[in-house]
Ligand binder design. Sequence first.
Ligand code: ATP
Length: 359
Amino acid sequence: MTSKQYRLGVLHGDGIGPEIVPSSVDVLDAAMAAAGAPAIEWEVLPLGRSAIDSHGIAVPESTLEALEHVDGWLLGPHDSASYPEPHKSMLNPSGTIRKHFGLFANIRPAKSYEGGNAIVADTDLVIVRENTEGFYADRNTYAGTGEFMPTPDVAIMHGIITRQATERIAHEAFKLARVRDKRLTIVHKANVLKMTTGLFRDVTREVAKQYPDVTVNDFHIDAATVHLVRRADKFDVIVTENMFGDILSDLAGEVAGSLGIAPSLNSSDTKAMAQASHGSAPDIAGKNIANPVAMILSSAMLLRWLGAKFDDAAVLDAADRVEAAVTRTIESGVKTRDMAGSADTTDFTAAVVAALAAK
Ligand code: ATP
């Protein structure tokens, strides 16, 4: 069994980030110890509002350089809407990092727990979101943004869908479907955005021919929301463009119990970043009431990605242990307020760490 020692970056970010990211570090430390794997070497790096204060920029060059040399990293959420200008108008921190490292795949699972306040019980789906193009103006151009105002009263945006990026994300989605329930849903809006999302649908259907064991269907984005809100348990893997994936994954997270339990991993073939699906939740920041589950499970996804990359059974075992400990903790009734429980962030984290030690 390989027993590699990993070096992971830690970027706390803004809002609830400094609460949920350290919680995830504690959980991963306990999981690696329980799995008999070498302790992770953590490298804390500046990012976000505190980096603006200390380095004059939200994503310092030194942070990007350090990330080149780690095996992966945990990224807390950012509250870029509250940054002072010119930082507020710049590409936001996660966009900057995703673009810099070409993290084209955003994998966003939504899974419900028994007693976990789910709207649809037995939800267990994964949204595979294309991360580099589509209709989000901050990431579909080489320089500048795809959104501009020729006059103060006219705002224009453009979107981009390419065959190359669609094929790349489609393969990710089909490979994932193959190790799950072998069902894949393409979400688009090809009745209106005929050329762009039509290309996304058609290219994904072409890629489907290489995966004849996977059953494929497709929905318009509006129809997909209707089905998801009542029948999320009927979906397995959903592949979609960037903006649809962002919106659909918030919905799926909430349907599964809370946005606070919705994890995500951003990856390329060589780099991976754990990042909760939710934002910085400024309304509850600093109160020690945030749900750390999304960030913890995102971190477990990173362990799983490392396990596959390095063929490392010990780190895969640690990922299994994290997921099992979170499930046991929630099912034992220890939950944060967003899931109709009363535990605070510290209590919840301690309960997961105790569950890991108990196994
Ligand atoms: P962004 O655009 O940056 O993703 P957002 O506008 O989607 O942000 P969030 O910051 O995700 O907004 O918050 C949406 C709501 O969900 C808020 O009421 C917030 O308090 C709640 N929320 C988000 N994350 C958590 C969490 N981990 N625990 C508890 N509540 C959360």
